[in-house]
Design a protein around this ligand. Structure first.
Ligand SMILES: [Zn+2]
Length: 476
C-alpha cells in the first residue's frame, strides 16, 4: 500500500481547507413523464415518477389534481345512481339514511360539532398549504427550502390521484358487497362510546359502511406512501445546501476553522479540531442497529439506553448523508415499541382474566400504538424541521429529520400511558356495567390522554431542541 507523499503545498498541509466538499453528488436531470401514465400509475409508482413530476411545472400537478377530483366524483356518482335505479326499495332507505344524517348532525350540534362540515370546506386551501409545509421534511433532497416547498405541494397534488382508484374500489364495494345484510356478514364487534355521542349508526351499518371503510384503508396507506416518498429524491440543477461546498466550522461552537492546524484546538472553545472534521466522534457505527439477527435486541436496547441517559446524545450523531441510517433507527425503535406493547398487553390480559371484556382491550390499545405513535413521531419530525430552519438556520431539513429519527426512543413513556389508558377504559366499562363488547370512554379520559400525550411530546421537543443545537455546526 502506498501513501500519498507529503508535499508542502503553499504551507497548507495539515491545515484546515477553505471549503469542505458538498454532501451530495450532483443530482440527476429531470425527465419528462407522460401525463396520462402518471395520472394512472403515480399511486403505485411514486418513487419512479414522483421526483420528475415534482420538478415539472405546477400546472401539470394542479391539472392532475382537478382531473382526479372530477373522475372520482363521477365514479362515485355513477355508483350511487346505479344502486338507486336498480334497487328501487332502497330509495326509501336512502331517504331514511339522509334523515338520520340530519338528525345526527342536529344531535352533534349540541356538543358543538355542527360547524365541522362547513369548516372543513373552508379549510381545504389553507389545509393543503399546511400539509405541504408539514410534508416538507420528506421532500428535502439537498435543494433550497423554497424549492422543497414547491416540490412538496406539487407532490401533494399528484398524491390526490389516488382518489381515482379509491373511487373505483368504493363503487365496487358499494355495488357488490354493501347490499349484504350486516348481521350475516360478521359477528357483533367491539363498539366504542366516547362521552355521549355513540360511534355507531344503524343506517350506515346497513349500507355496509364498515366494509367500505376497511376496503379503502389500503388505498389510504398508499396515499400516505405517495406523500412520504414521492418527492424524496431531488432532480434538477445542483443548487442548495446539499450541493454547495461547506465552510469548515468548529463542531462545538461554530468558529470558522479555515487555515488552522488540523492537529490543534479551536481558539474559541478548545475543542480538538480533528474531532470537528472527521467522524472520530460522530461515528456511524455507534448508531447502526444492524440487521434483525440474534444480537439485534441487545444492540437496539443499548442504543436506546444511550439516547435516554445522555442529554447530549446528538454530539455523537453523524448528520450528513446518514438519513437512511437514522430512519432505520426509527423503524427498529418502532419494532421495539410494538414488541413491548404486545408483551405488556399479553401480561395484562393474562393477569386480568376472569372477565370476558379484558381481551377486548387489545382492540382499544392497538390503534394507539399503530396510529397515534407514528403520528406523534411525525409531529416531532415536523417540529424539528421547522425549529431547526427558523431558529437555528439548519437549511437542510434532512439534518433535522435525522435528529428527530435518532431521538425517537424519547417516546417510550407513550407505551405505558397508552396501556394505562386502555386498562382504565376496560375497568370503568366493567364498573358501569355497559353491554359486553362495548367500551365506554368518558370525555375526561380522552382529554387527559391527549393532554398527557402532548405533555410527553413537549418534553420530547425540549430534547429535540437541545439535540438540534448540538448538530447545527456539524461537518460530518
Ligand atoms: Zn469551538
Amino acid at each position: 500500500m502506498t501513501h500519498a507523499p507529503t508535499i508542502p503545498c503553499g504551507g497548507d498541509v495539515g491545515h484546515v481547507p477553505a471549503r469542505l466538499p458538498p454532501v451530495d453528488p450532483p443530482p440527476p436531470a429531470p425527465r419528462h413523464v407522460n401525463f396520462w401514465a402518471a395520472l394512472a400509475l403515480f399511486w403505485i409508482l411514486p418513487r419512479r415518477y414522483g421526483p420528475h413530476l415534482a420538478a415539472a411545472p405546477f400546472g401539470r400537478a394542479l391539472a392532475a389534481h382537478l382531473l382526479s377530483l372530477v373522475a372520482a366524483a363521477t365514479v362515485v356518482g355513477i355508483a350511487v345512481m346505479a344502486r338507486m335505479t336498480t334497487d328501487v326499495p332502497d330509495l326509501s332507505r336512502l331517504r331514511l339514511f339522509l334523515a338520520e344524517g340530519v338528525l345526527h348532525l342536529a344531535a352533534w350540534s349540541t356538543v358543538g360539532a355542527a360547524w365541522i362540515p362547513p369548516a372543513v370546506l373552508l379549510a381545504v386551501v389553507p389545509g393543503l398549504l399546511v400539509l405541504a409545509i408539514a410534508a416538507m421534511p420528506w421532500a428535502a433532497g439537498g435543494d433550497p427550502l423554497r424549492s422543497v416547498f414547491r416540490r412538496s405541494i406539487k407532490n401533494l397534488y399528484w398524491s390526490t390521484t389516488v382518489l381515482i382508484p379509491a373511487a373505483l374500489v368504493f363503487a365496487l364495494v358499494f355495488l357488490v358487497v354493501a347490499d349484504m345484510p350486516s348481521n350475516a356478514r360478521r359477528p357483533p364487534g367491539t363498539i366504542i362510546v366516547i362521552g355521549r355521542p355513540r360511534f355507531d349508526w344503524p343506517q350506515l351499518e346497513q349500507t355496509g359502511v364498515e366494509t367500505i371503510v376497511m376496503s379503502l384503508v389500503p388505498l389510504a396507506l398508499l396515499a400516505l406512501r405517495c406523500v412520504l416518498v414521492g418527492a424524496s429524491c431531488y432532480v434538477g440543477p445542483p443548487v442548495g445546501p446539499g450541493f454547495e461546498p461547506r465552510e469548515p466550522r468548529c463542531d462545538a461552537c461554530g468558529y470558522p476553522l479555515i487555515g488552522l492546524l488540523e492537529s490543534g484546538r479551536c481558539p474559541e472553545c478548545g475543542e480538538p479540531i480533528a474531532a470537528s472534521l472527521t467522524n472520530l466522534r460522530r461515528d456511524p457505527a455507534l448508531w447502526d442497529p444492524g440487521r434483525l439477527d440474534a444480537g439485534w435486541l441487545r444492540r437496539t436496547v443499548s442504543l436506546h439506553d444511550r439516547v435516554l441517559r445522555d442529554p447530549r446524545f446528538a454530539r455523537t450523531l453523524p448528520v450528513h448523508g446518514t438519513l437512511a441510517l437514522a430512519r432505520r433507527v426509527w423503524h427498529q425503535t418502532y419494532i421495539l415499541f410494538l414488541l413491548a406493547g404486545t408483551i405488556l398487553t399479553a401480561i395484562y390480559v393474562a393477569l386480568a382474566s376472569g372477565s370476558d371484556r379484558h381481551p377486548g382491550v387489545v382492540f382499544v390499545f392497538a390503534p394507539f400504538v399503530l396510529a397515534a405513535l407514528p403520528a406523534l413521531q411525525t409531529a416531532s419530525v415536523v417540529f424539528a424541521s421547522i425549529w431547526g430552519a427558523l431558529r437555528l438556520g439548519i437549511r437542510d431539513l434532512r439534518i433535522s429529520m435525522t435528529v428527530a429519527y435518532a431521538a425517537a426512543p424519547h417516546l417510550w413513556p407513550l407505551i405505558p400511558l397508552f396501556l394505562f389508558t386502555t386498562a382504565s377504559i376496560a375497568h370503568v366499562s366493567e364498573w358501569q356495567r355497559v353491554p359486553p363488547n362495548t367500551f365506554e370512554v368518558s370525555a375526561g379520559t380522552v382529554i387527559s390522554l391527549i393532554g398527557l400525550s402532548l405533555g410527553i411530546l413537549a418534553l420530547h421537543c425540549r430534547h429535540l431542541v437541545r439535540a438540534l443545537r448540538d448538530v447545527r455546526f456539524a461537518n460530518v
